[in-house]
Design a protein around this ligand. Structure first.
Ligand code: PLP
Length: 457
């Protein structure tokens, strides 16, 4: 090919992608989309996933039919739900696995973020940024016990990484005890604490020093502490979700968390509570630690922390522990963590949670929801093994993955999104906005009942 021809082709390619970019930007700025737009978006999305994101998603999602003939492509959201490109409305009971505690695009959160955006989006990285200080103060007030100093992150896994590193620095120990069915994230440090074999195996060996004991089994926890002490592998920290989320909404036995706290104190280990999913009102208290009357040394937050508008996370720790980072605050850093937009979102989120008493609401609506679901499942004991929950963190466990998948697919087709994919549906999770109305709850229950009736055992 001559040089000229090659240049011409390159130029054409660039012009094409620039046209494409313009088309996409034009779509973003549109208030309403046409039927043709919707068709184009659907085609581009499915093709884009197949050719450039990961075709695997098209296989696993209940939102795509065989051969990708029908694909639900999301486009807008508000309140307790969202709409796809064709304008079909869904009640969102998956809630981004616990992101939307204050609802989708809560107006107060959106206002705080857009107001902040008009002034400054990201921080200079050198001057002192005010919202970080103010949010840290607020967190010191609302988190349990004497938790005081905050470090900000952009996601749950980053919060866990920060907690693990802080625990190592403070304790000068390297052993961590985690639990079976735990989920703490998928970056290499947090994955070490995560329990699921298929996610861990290809990446072994992970961070040395992690041990897993059965969640809820205090005797095994005690024995593991004893063995670690005898072998000189003293425990830096125990990391726990107060109620396991990804593991299938597993509520610990009575007194378990308090007993773990006592063991940590006895052996000089820290207690890290991973409240990435349980925090910010989800379980009926601002933090699940309060349900069990336990104060951790470090709490991990993310997901709903950014109000469903900004990615944001944090750890909050006791001064005694956090002061390991006083001398050199650059021991653990992240460019975007604690940025002004994320802090504005988190501050407004906390305001909404407190003002609208959403944790209390989660307790009340959650109890109603749970009872109604149990009632709806009566007579289907051959399909449903158990329905359990705390606040608006509810799990429906089926006898088989296939039943769960069929139920979640059926509910989706009828406008209710719940967790449950082809590979992970034995327990489907219900984690709606804490603002969900009773009417919406009733619709979800009615849909569940109808779908369950038509699914084979
Ligand atoms: N910790 C818990 C308890 C979680 O539920 C999750 C995510 O589901 C994480 C950590 C990881 O959060 P992220 O996906 O934001 O990294």
């Amino acid at each position: 090919m001559s040089v000229n021809l090659e240049n011409k082709k390159l130029q054409e390619k660039q012009e094409n992608i620039q046209d494409y970019i313009k088309q996409v930007l034009h779509l973003i700025e549109k208030d309403e989309i046409t039927k043709e737009d919707a068709q184009w978006i659907t085609k581009e999305t499915v093709d884009g996933f197949r050719e450039h994101v990961n075709p695997g998603f098209l296989e696993y999602r209940k939102t795509v039919t065989e051969g990708g003939q029908f694909a639900a492509v999301e486009w807008s959201d508000s309140g307790a739900g969202f709409k796809d490109v064709n304008g079909k409305e869904y009640i969102d009971c998956l809630g981004g696995f616990g992101i939307y505690n204050v609802g989708h695009r809560n107006p107060k959160v959106v206002k705080a973020v857009t107001d902040q955006l008009k002034r400054q989006a990201l921080h200079s990285q050198d001057l002192l940024d005010p919202l970080r200080a103010m949010l840290a103060k607020i967190l010191g007030e609302i988190t349990p016990g004497d938790l005081k100093y905050a470090f900000f992150t952009n996601s749950g896994t980053e919060s866990v990484e920060a907690a693990l590193k802080l625990a190592k620095m403070y304790s000068e120990r390297t052993t961590f005890i985690s639990t079976t069915k735990a989920f703490h994230g998928k970056s290499l440090g947090s994955l070490s604490g995560t329990a699921k074999g298929i996610f861990r195996k290809p990446f072994l060996p992970l961070i040395p020093g992690f041990r897993h004991v059965p969640f809820g089994d205090i005797d095994m926890m005690r024995k593991t502490f004893e063995v670690c002490a005898l072998t000189g592998e003293d425990v830096a920290a125990v990391i726990l979700e107060p109620i396991q989320g990804e593991g299938g909404i597993i509520i610990p036995p009575e007194g378990y968390l308090k007993q773990v706290r006592e063991l940590c104190d006895e052996y000089g280990a820290l207690l890290i509570l991973d409240e990435v999913q349980t925090g910010m009102g989800r379980t009926g208290k601002m933090f699940a630690a309060e349900l069990f009357d336990v104060v951790p040394d470090i709490i991990c937050l993310a997901k709903a922390f950014g109000g469903g508008v900004m990615p944001a996370g944090a750890i909050v720790a006791r001064e005694e522990v956090f002061k390991s980072w006083f001398e050199n605050p650059f021991m653990h850093t992240t460019t975007f963590g604690g940025n002004p937009l994320a802090c504005a979102a988190a501050i407004a989120t906390i305001d909404v949670l407190l003002e609208e008493k959403l944790p209390e609401r989660a307790a009340e609506v959650g109890e109603y929801f749970l009872n109604e679901l149990k009632e709806a499942a009566k007579g289907h004991e051959d399909k449903v093994l158990e329905i359990r929950g705390q606040g608006l963190m509810i799990g429906i466990e089926f006898h088989k993955d296939e039943i769960g998948y069929e139920v979640s697919k059926g509910m989706f087709d009828n406008g209710v999104l719940v967790a449950g994919t082809l590979i992970n549906s034995k327990t489907i999770r219900i984690e709606p906005a804490l603002t969900i109305s009773y009417e919406e709850v009733n619709t979800v229950v009615k849909t569940f009942k109808e779908v369950l009736k038509n699914v084979k055992a």
